[in-house]
Design a protein around this ligand. Structure first.
Ligand code: SF4
Ligand code: SF4
Length: 184
């Protein structure tokens, strides 16, 4: 009997505490919005998935050094370097002559990556990759409304995304002229 009475008092106390907390939140200013009817006003502060920084040509600033991938604690990044282009007969001859003279031929392979694979499902948005990039080639997007149906929808080739942004779908960005402009 005493135990039941104590339980009832305890339940009532719990109820009172819950009601007090509810009352406090009920009177507090609203900090959420009813999306999609209303958008938040501070969307510019949102930290979305990574993107490569590049010029309007769609050519990334990235030099394929791989420092970001090495530094990433979650193994989100895979940088695929470009293969050297097939030399023309003239270039082959020049290479052979340089080799005969004991000179080291200059590597003319474009430095920007062939692919830059990013698994957003593993990314903690810690920014370590950006801190370790020597040329400032990575940035966070403000993409707050990204959605998908499967995990694969969040696996990106950032080189391709950059081309798409620049409207250069299918174009070989390494062939595009460098303008020196960049967009964040
Ligand atoms: S933000 Fe952090 S977790 Fe995400 S790719 Fe960069 S280093 Fe990896
Ligand atoms: S994004 Fe920066 S750190 Fe990563 S491979 Fe490119 S240049 Fe190197």
């Amino acid at each position: 009997m005493i135990k039941e009475a104590l339980n009832t008092v305890s339940d009532l106390w719990s109820l009172m505490v819950g009601l007090r907390v509810t009352k406090d939140y009920f009177r507090a200013p609203q900090v959420t919005v009813r999306y999609p009817w209303k958008a938040v006003s501070n969307i510019a502060t949102y930290k979305g998935h990574l993107e490569l920084v590049g010029g309007k040509t769609g050519k990334p600033k990235c030099i394929s050094c791989g420092m970001c991938a090495l530094a990433c604690p979650s193994n989100c990044l895979t940088v695929v370097k470009r293969k050297p282009p097939k030399p023309t007969p003239e270039e082959e001859q020049a290479l052979a002559e340089a080799k005969a003279k004991g000179e080291k031929p200059k590597d003319k392979t474009p430095k920007d990556p062939e692919k830059f694979i990013y698994d957003f499902t593993l990314c903690s948005l810690c920014g370590t990759c950006m801190e370790n990039c020597p040329v400032g080639a990575l940035d966070f997007t403000g993409s707050a409304y990204l959605a998908g149906y499967s995990r694969e929808d969040f696996h990106f080739d950032l080189v391709q995304l950059l081309k798409n942004q620049a409207g250069l779908e299918g174009m070989d960005a390494s062939a595009a002229p460098e303008t020196g402009q960049s967009e964040a």
